[in-house]
Write a protein that binds this ligand. Structure first.
Ligand code: ADP
Ligand code: ASP
Ligand code: MG
Length: 453
């Protein structure tokens, strides 16, 4: 039997659920204890945890001070974060032994953070990634110790031992399957596995992360790697709402979404899901359920291959978009024009989100402006280039097969008072997207809710 086949068997053996709890869901000792209640149903499972809410932002703040060599500023923030954790452990643990263990754990992690605060050392991007990993390392150690204190056979799965990205920054699935499979095999008797969301090692084996909000991605990657029954994303809201609750009142949860619909919503700004986390679940065809820790009985949202036909499900908005228009009189005649344009973006590793074309030009939108100047310089060879910064993509998602007539008119009608820079439809059966000015975002989201739901 080949090594690979044996590995597949190991993986298939673990038909568990993967449950991910976000920052708010582990945001206090009380919430951690609630998580303990939610996960104990006698079924073996993998539990992915985020850092306690606010921690990753604070670690970013500490890193900013360290980049600027503001050692006193960094130390102040580190010390006040440590104080918060000392309160948490007092409330979390009930025995002297675990309280002492908790104190030692906090001291160790915060001494480590303080070790970066040195006037003689330059703080690098690599250091920042190491600092950012601390949030998840602490939260998982605390919850694991809490479960052990209450007599549960809980085992920590160290994400840095199995979660890896490849040279394209994509999950290295063969590596993950093999290493996670092996750790699970070696700790078969565990009742609960606790692991860190967000953090990973990159192609060079350095500590890295899956970008902000990446714990969702950790959960779906693990789900795909172990062929889980179901992936559950537990958060602070009862599922994917039909519009962004931060900008629109009276939004409602959507009960069912197709993988494609959820992927569009996540990518185009629905913060409840990390932008690319639907993909591993979709590829492995593992249903994803979005659930509310504060309201566990609520139905939430089920993401699977099922969807409601002929229905507009939800709206999302993606900020920080720049539109670029290239007008070229020669475009119609010049085949290969598009390729040349796209090659420029590829060379500068800049992804294009939206694209619209006409006979005289092409408009694209990007969210990464790191190489904007270089890109513009090269594009100018093809014609007149105009740039519109501070734009937002508004994405309307649902079953939008072109034969279902009428929904485009409905959507356009809802936006009749808002200037629209670009429209994109037909790329998939599941979305229609608009580019509008950032200042019109709230108005557009509200108008769509009013007319569509
Ligand atoms: P967690 O810390 O659990 O990962 P997040 O803050 O990342 O939670 O995601 C949950 C938040 O996403 C909600 O509190 C809500 O404000 C926001 N959100 C944005 N768009 C949506 C949407 N369409 N449906 C539900 N929540 C959304
Ligand atoms: N803690 C990380 C963040 O705040 C990852 C996550 O919560 O998903 O971005
Ligand atoms: Mg999140």
């Amino acid at each position: 039997m080949s090594a690979k086949l044996q590995q597949k068997e190991i993986n298939n053996y673990y038909k568990m659920n993967v449950l991910k709890f976000g920052g708010t869901s582990v945001g206090s000792a009380e919430r951690m204890k609630e998580v303990g209640k939610l996960i104990l149903d006698g079924q073996q499972k993998i539990v992915v945890l985020s850092a306690m809410s606010g921690t990753t932002n604070t670690l970013v703040e500490i890193s900013d001070y360290l980049y600027k060599q503001n050692i006193d500023g960094a130390i102040d923030v580190i010390n006040s974060l440590e104080k918060k954790y000392l309160v948490v452990i007092k409330e979390l643990f009930s025995t002297e032994t675990y309280l002492e263990k908790g104190k030692a754990l906090i001291k160790q992690h915060f001494d480590f953070l303080r070790s970066f605060a040195s006037k003689t050392k330059i703080f690098t991007l690599f250091d920042e990634k190491i600092v950012l990993a601390e949030g998840e390392l602490i939260s998982t150690a605390l919850v694991n110790d809490y479960l052990c204190e209450t007599g549960i056979k809980s085992v920590l799965l160290p994400a840095l031992d199995y979660m890896k990205t490849d040279k394209n920054n994509e999950p290295d699935m063969p590596f993950i399957e093999e290493h996670l499979g092996r750790i699970l095999h070696d700790t078969k008797d565990a009742e609960i596995y606790i692991t860190q969301g967000y953090i990973c090692r990159n192609h060079y084996n350095e500590i890295d992360n899956l970008q902000r909000g990446g714990s969702d991605y950790t959960a779906t990657i693990i789900g795909a790697a172990i062929h889980a029954n179901e992936i559950q994303i537990w958060t602070d809201i009862d599922g994917m709402h039909n519009n962004d609750p931060r900008f629109v009142e009276n939004t409602k949860p959507v009960t069912n979404l197709h993988f494609e619909e959820a992927a569009e919503l996540a990518y185009f700004g629905a913060k409840i899901l990390h932008p690319t986390c639907v993909l591993p679940a979709k590829q492995a065809n593992i249903p994803v359920r979005l659930l509310n820790t504060m309201q566990p009985e609520a139905k939430g949202t089920l993401i699977s291959t099922e969807c409601r036909e002929n229905t507009i499900e939800a709206v999302a908005a993606k900020d920080g978009i720049t539109a670029i228009k290239i007008k070229s009189g020669r475009m119609l005649l010049a085949y290969g024009f598009m390729r040349k344009v796209f090659e420029i973006f590829e060379r500068y590793q800049t992804a294009i989100d939206m694209i619209t074309t006409s006979e005289v030009g092409v408009s694209v939108s990007i969210d990464n402006t790191k190489h904007l100047d270089e890109i513009l310089n090269e594009l100018k060879m093809f014609g007149t280039v105009t740039v519109d910064p501070d734009m937002v993509i508004i994405c309307v998602v649902g079953d939008m097969n072109f034969e279902n007539v009428g929904f485009q008119a409905k959507v356009i009608n809802a936006l009749k008072d808002i200037p629209i820079r670009m429209v994109s439809y037909g790329g998939s059966n599941y979305n229609i997207s608009f580019l509008v000015k950032a200042e019109d975002k709230k108005k557009a989201l509200n108008a769509l809710s009013k007319h569509l739901f």
